[in-house]
Design a binder for this molecule. Structure first.
Ligand SMILES: *[C@@H]1O[C@H](CO)[C@@H](O)[C@H](O)[C@H]1NC(C)=O
Ligand SMILES: *[C@@H]1O[C@H](CO)[C@@H](O)[C@H](O)[C@H]1NC(C)=O
Ligand SMILES: *[C@@H]1O[C@H](CO)[C@@H](O)[C@H](O)[C@H]1NC(C)=O
Length: 775
């Protein structure tokens, strides 16, 4: 039916809009040599239907479009630049841009868009820049950006975002800069930025984050610049920032009163740190950054007495430039920090120091030792620090052997990591019913008694990672029914903790990496234990066998089984996992992959990782069933001489075939042809014959002598003998990509995905054939 109506549209167009060179809507200005059309400020309420089809740049700023309907740009399929700023747009209907496969820049700034729907940006498969700033976006629906695999820059500044859910930016496989400044963000889900492996710059300034979102940020391995300025953070504790490539960090204009000397211990490459305009009176030397060049303390009330001396000496020794001035004592006031000699940083006798303090009428003046945290003014256990405003309490690394009691009733984040609890008895956390997030990492816990967390009825996040647990009591989580994110990685669990998990109906993300689990038995089958589990991480256990159906689950989206001891593909274990999108099997030792190994999950799978598995041979049909839905495939570091048929994988955005000893001879011709055909960079090298070893499959000439058409050991015949030339767009209506029936995508919460989903729509034509990386 859709096809029929599309055909009718096309037919109607053909009858009413004969193509004439140089036609131009009345209200617009057209340049037929540059192929640009500009209709700025004309109070247009719809896109003029008579814009010349061959237009490349279309400027529609300052109009009154209100809603962009499906197929809004069907008349102009060759656009590369589209400007829709200030058009009063409230809603972008799904499929609005579906015909715009060549657009590289889309500007939707200064409109009134409030929700980004799952399909709002479908079809923009070449888009590099998307401007959505100055709108009213308060919700990003799952999958909103999945089609934007080439996007480099996304601007969402000046919107109304409060929370970023897990996987919000999924699909942005080439994103470099993500701009979220000037929103009202106060919470980022731990996996909010998951999958953004290419992100190098992130702007989160001018938001309402009260804590540094350590866990979320740790996922961003490639980020070099992070702007967090203008967020109301008071304190940065040990190891708050663990970002191995970070070079520039902006933490100015926050409310920092204290910053641990270990806060940046996980940022070894940091070269510029801006701490301007905070409330810091002193600062400990910073351990971690080895290449720090400048430390900006401008606008802080830095008190230049003996407590600042370690910082000053450290800065001189390490060549760190200190910016800012002393506020006192009087004889040093306004003196640049860089100019004060360490020996001038003195504390006078205790009496004088005290007098100084009274004069200043300030409780944290010069004589407070530098390690003191802002003074608690509320009830708070000994050796803990409770911040009533931030609803945050921490007793991190204080050598506690029992869980302290008496936290403020409103505490939402309770940080007890790095203590020595050994054993957690029942009811260990009375009066903490408001706590949402509980940290118990590195506490040497080997036993948790049933009911230990009883009463924690709002607990969503529980971190029990890096303890000594060998098993879990079935009642462990009794009384904490909301628990959604559970971290048990880095323990010594020998079995999947089936019975304990059965008390957690809401569990969605489970981390079990680095344990000693050796098998998954049928009794631990997920639907019966944790029916809502979406992400399961079992990396680095000792799993050798997985029973049939053990991992079947209607909701499971992510499954990591890498670094285990599997010797066979776990195909049987996944016979009913209709929503699985990401599967990692890397670093197992599976030598042979048989035909149809992924058949049961082929409809949903988007990312498949099979690196370093010692695979020697794959059936030509090993990947059969997988099609355009697959976005990432890695098979790096195996022993493959031949590859399975990759041609059906037309939606790949990332493919890594490196470090395989490929046999560069005629049977590899289909791969070579495929590489010429796809619009992404494929690296694959020859391992054989010896004279070609190390050369790129793309560069060797051996294939020119192969018969023009060979039948590989399947029955597929190679077509497209010569690489096709890219033709210039010619104005011809027949080239307008037709609107196709929209594929039904499984919704996140669908109990069962439709088995026979229609194939994905074809990708719209691209401008260049071999698209390399943008930057
Ligand atoms: C130091 O920080 C202040 C305030 O954040 C800023 O205005 C200034 O430009 C910074 N100076 C340098 C050299 O980065
Ligand atoms: C697995 O865990 C062990 C112990 O935690 C660690 O030493 C090792 O590096 C990990 N292996 C991988 C492949 O991550
Ligand atoms: C190359 O692409 C064309 C058009 O998409 C397709 O028909 C052909 O089968 C492809 N050839 C190979 C070797 O993948």
């Amino acid at each position: 039916m859709h096809f029929f109506s599309a055909a009718v549209i096309l037919l109607t167009l053909a009858l009413t809009l004969p193509v004439e060179a140089g036609k131009c809507p009345k209200v617009c200005i057209c340049d037929s040599s540059k192929l640009t059309v500009s209709c700025v400020g004309k109070t247009l309420t719809e896109i003029p239907p008579t814009i010349d089809e061959i237009t490349i740049k279309l400027d529609l700023r300052n109009n009154n479009l209100k809603e962009l309907p499906r197929g809004a740009f069907i008349h102009t399929p060759y656009l590369t630049h589209l400007n829709l700023q200030r058009c009063n747009i409230i809603r972008v209907k799904e499929g609005a841009f579906r015909t715009l496969g060549r657009v590289v820049s889309l500007n939707l700034a200064y409109n009134k868009i409030d929700i980004l729907y799952q399909e709002s940006f479908d079809g923009l498969s070449s888009l590099k820049e998307l401007h959505l700033d100055h709108n009213r976006v308060e919700e990003i629906q799952p999958g909103a950006f999945t089609q934007l695999g080439f996007l480099n820059m996304l601007a969402l500044t000046h919107n109304q975002l409060v929370y970023i859910p897990n996987m919000a930016f999924q699909g942005l496989n080439n994103i470099k800069w993500l701009r979220l400044s000037y929103n009202s963000l106060n919470n980022l889900a731990p996996e909010a930025f998951a999958g953004l492996f290419t992100l190098s710059r992130l702007s989160l300034d001018h938001n309402e984050l009260q804590f540094f979102p350590t866990q979320t940020m740790n996922r961003l391995r490639e980020v070099t610049r992070l702007d967090m300025s203008h967020n109301p953070m008071i304190y940065l504790g040990e190891e708050s920032i663990s970002m191995t490539k970070l070079t520039h960090l902006y933490l100015d204009h926050m409310s920092l009163q204290d910053l641990s000397g270990q806060a940046l211990s996980g940022a070894p490459l940091l070269s510029h740190l801006d701490l301007g305009h905070n409330q810091l009176r002193y600062l400990e030397p910073l351990s971690g950054p080895k290449e720090l060049k400048s430390l900006n303390l401008t606008g802080n009330p830095v008190y230049c007495n003996c407590y600042l001396r370690p910082l000053r000496q450290w800065a001189s020794a390490g060549g760190v430039k200190l910016l800012g001035v002393c506020v006192g004592p009087p004889h040093l006031s306004d003196e640049p920090l860089q100019a004060v000699a360490p020996l001038d940083l003195r504390c006078r006798s205790r009496g004088e120091a005290l007098k100084d303090e009274f004069d200043k009428d300030d409780d944290s003046a010069g004589s407070t030792p530098p390690t003191a945290k802002p003074k608690p003014k509320v009830k708070c256990p000994v050796n803990c620090d409770c911040d009533i405003e931030a609803q945050h309490a921490t007793c991190e690394g204080q050598g506690h052997t029992k869980v302290p009691r008496g936290f403020p009733a409103k505490t939402q984040l309770l940080d007890l990591r790095s203590n020595h609890f050994h054993h957690l008895p029942a009811n260990s956390f009375p009066g903490t019913s408001q706590v949402v997030s509980l940290h118990l990492e590195f506490c040497k816990i080997h036993e948790v008694e049933g009911g230990a967390f009883r009463g924690m009825k709002n607990l969503l996040y529980l971190y029990l990672s890096d303890n000594d647990l060998t098993s879990l009591d079935p009642e462990t989580f009794a009384g904490a029914p909301e628990l959604t994110y559970l971290h048990l990685e880095g323990n010594r669990l020998a079995q999947f903790p089936r019975s304990a998990l059965a008390l957690l109906p809401s569990l969605s993300v489970l981390h079990l990496e680095r344990n000693a689990i050796s098998k998954l038995e049928p009794s631990s089958s997920l639907p019966s234990v944790t029916p809502n589990l979406r992400e399961l991480y079992l990396t680095n256990n000792t799993i050798t066998t997985i029973a049939k159906g053990a991992l079947d689950s209607a909701y499971l989206v992510t499954l990591h089984l890498d670094s285990n001891q599997l010797t066979e593909m776990p195909s049987n274990a996944l016979s009913e996992a209709p929503n699985l999108e990401e599967l990692s099997l890397s670093q197992n030792s599976i030598r042979w992959v048989g035909p149809f190994a992924f058949q049961t999950i082929s409809q949903s799978l988007k990312r498949l990782y099979m690196d370093q598995m010692g695979i020697e041979k794959m059936s030509r049909d090993a990947l059969a069933g997988l099609g355009p839905g697959l976005r990432s495939l890695t098979m790096r570091g195996n022993q493959l001489e031949e590859l399975p048929d990759l041609r059906p994988l037309t939606g790949l955005e990332v493919v890594d075939l490196q470090d395989n000893p490929l046999m560069c001879d005629c049977p590899l011709l289909p791969l070579r042809r495929w590489m010429e055909n796809v619009s992404l960079e494929v690296t694959a090298n020859c391992g054989h014959p010896p004279e070609l070893r190390g050369q790129s499959v793309r560069d060797v000439h051996v294939f020119t002598s192969c018969p023009e058409s060979i039948s590989p050991p399947g029955k597929n015949v190679v077509v497209a003998l010569k690489p096709q030339k890219v033709k210039k767009p010619k104005p011809s209506l027949s080239k307008v990509p037709a609107l196709k029936a929209k594929p039904v995508k499984p919704k996140a919460k669908l109990p069962k995905a439709t088995k026979n989903r229609p194939p994905r729509k074809p990708v719209a034509p691209r401008v260049t054939k071999n698209k390399k990386t943008f930057s």
